[in-house]
Design a protein around this ligand. Structure first.
Ligand code: ATP
Length: 521
């Protein structure tokens, strides 16, 4: 067995941001999220619950802002389509629990599972396709397995580069090597080799029993994705609205997956939110629309402030195709370089070409016709579907990681560089002292601004501490009322990123903010 020593965590978390090599430790981001009220462990006072998280006062604002941006870009002002005219997309909010037959038709009951391996020694369970196996080239029998995303793995990957070895996952290993090779794999936390079982399937849907009877006949599921609610309502939407092909139906909402290894903060949780849109089009046009949405979605994530270096578009390999995509038309992922995936990337969104799989399956299982009638050409057909499926909670994590900027020159040591349009608070109003003369002016300004923007009025503590707090929560502007305000009616504006200060007239503050907090284009 190989023993590795002396590789520090920080060596492995180097994370390339804004042209500067900066060390980011995920623990610092998690601590900031708790300290400032972005994200808490669910049931924190009872020790938490693995895979569940609560969004605090600022986290919910940030999440709502990202959600609203998505809704605006899909439903309110959708993009211009292939003919240069705005495309048509309508919204939906379907139930979390649907008739369980829907999940049989969709393939989730039969196929929505991950291959799992158990460790006989530690009793831990891992996803077989995420345990990475390092195979040293000199093959002296030294095989090691580590779970994707763990600090241990990051260390080993670096060492592997050094040895010039190969990296495989256990799922690939199964197809390439004899099962007896399992004897040589050392599981992530195990002491001896050969403790992993062969992979087994594990269904990811959480079940529940609506009503009083708790038996298999009454079992229902918490939806593992929002997409199926859209397919179930395809006919309702076509019959009740004036949509004509091509068109989309968009939905944002909670999804639940009994993930075997929830981890990396809110990246992989058991309850999360998705933003999904199903784009229904003519089969012949599906390829063009697939390309269209791949481009649109990449640009959208960039417009949310994720820099190009940290965003990657990746086509799925043949062996990762989902149960609906066996025909090979494929999925493209928008991936983001999170600190814990660095130097690799983690999925933010998948843009899948689902053919007519879902509508056809629901038509077969429900006995209801789910064809579209094209009146001008007098033809009926089942539309093909392009699905951009994004994670809202994962998106929030990407925004926080991207915004997290270390700056040792300021008291907070860091600040969150959110786009003003996404920042939970757009401005803070700070009377320099809690003295009587400063406070009423601050209160008046606050009452005016809050009609238009989410703003903070923060009166107590020294001004340095108050700036530090606003830096840490990513507030782009601070307006300070001081003695000069009393004589010339001007206030100080402090810019979060540059820390530069300028004076503007009190009457111009709202106009100033309006110009600065531009909608995302
Ligand atoms: P992964 O490979 O990471 O498990 P997936 O390919 O199964 O993701 P999809 O079914 O395509 O994910 O779901 C669409 C999006 O929903 C993902 O891109 C991701 O952003 C989000 N998502 C999926 N599972 C989770 C989860 N357990 N926690 C948080 N977000 C998730």
């Amino acid at each position: 067995m190989l023993v590795l020593k002396g590789v520090g965590l920080h060596d492995e978390c180097a994370f390339y941001m804004r042209g500067k090599e900066i060390m980011i430790d995920m623990k610092d981001i998690v601590a900031l999220c708790k300290r400032r009220g972005f994200i808490f462990a669910a049931s924190d006072i009872y020790g938490g619950l693995n895979g569940f998280w609560d969004f605090g006062p600022l986290g919910v604002e940030l999440k709502n802002n990202l959600r609203d941006q998505w809704w605006k870009s899909m439903v309110i002002t959708p993009p211009l389509g292939l003919d240069g005219k705005p495309v048509q997309i309508v919204g939906l909010d379907s139930a979390i629990i649907q008739n369980p037959k829907a999940w049989i038709a969709s393939g989730h009951v039969g196929g929505f599972s991950d291959p799992m391996v158990d460790c006989r020694e530690t009793k831990k369970r891992y996803r077989a396709d995420q345990i990475i196996v390092l195979v040293p080239k000199d093959t002296e029998g030294s095989w090691l397995a580590f779970e994707e995303g763990t600090d241990e793995l990051l260390k080993r990957k670096k060492m592997v580069k050094f040895w010039g070895s190969n990296i495989l996952n256990t799922a690939t290993l199964l197809t390439k090597f004899d099962i007896s090779d399992y004897d040589k794999i050392i599981a992530p936390d195990a002491k001896k080799a050969g403790t992993l079982t062969e992979p087994r399937q594990f269904n990811l849907m959480l079940d529940t029993y609506p009503g009083v009877v708790r038996d298999d006949a009454h079992k229902a599921y918490l939806r593992p994705e929002t997409a199926q609610g859209i397919f179930l309502n395809f006919k309702n939407v076509v019959d009740s609205s004036r949509v004509r092909i091509p068109f989309g139906i968009a939905q944002i909402g909670k999804a639940f997956r009994n993930e075997v290894t929830p981890r990396n903060f809110i990246f992989r949780s058991r309850e999360f939110e998705q933003m999904e849109m199903e784009w229904f089009c003519e089969p012949d046009e599906a390829k063009k629309w697939h390309e269209f949405w791949i481009e649109e979605r990449k640009n959208w994530w960039r417009s949310m402030g994720l820099t190009s270096d940290n965003i990657l578009m990746r086509p799925h390999d043949a062996d990762e195709l989902a149960h609906y995509a066996k025909e090979g038309l494929g999925t493209y992922d928008v991936e983001y370089k999170f600190p814990f995936t660095d130097p690799g990337f983690g999925e933010l969104e998948g843009i899948a070409h689902r053919c007519d799989f879902d509508l056809k399956a629901h038509q077969e299982h429900s006995g209801q016709k789910l064809e579209y009638f094209d009146q001008p050409n007098n033809k009926r057909f089942i539309p093909h579907v392009i699905e951009p499926a994004a994670g809202l909670t994962r998106g929030v994590l990407a925004l926080i990681c991207e915004a997290y900027t270390i700056d040792e020159t300021r008291p907070s040591g860091c600040y969150l560089n959110f786009l003003p349009a996404l920042a939970p608070k757009k401005a803070a109003i700070l009377p320099l002292t809690a003295k009587d003369e400063h406070v009423p002016i601050a209160q008046k300004l606050y009452m005016e601004l809050r009609e238009e923007f989410p703003v903070d009025l923060d009166i107590k503590q020294n001004i340095g501490k108050r700036y530090a707090r606003q830096d840490e929560i990513g507030t782009p502007y601070c307006f300070t009322i001081d003695n000069d305000t009393l004589s010339d009616s001007t206030v100080t504006v402090r810019d979060r990123n540059t820390m530069k200060q300028e004076r503007i007239n009190l009457d111009n503050v709202a106009k100033y903010l309006r110009e600065k907090i531009k909608p995302v284009s």
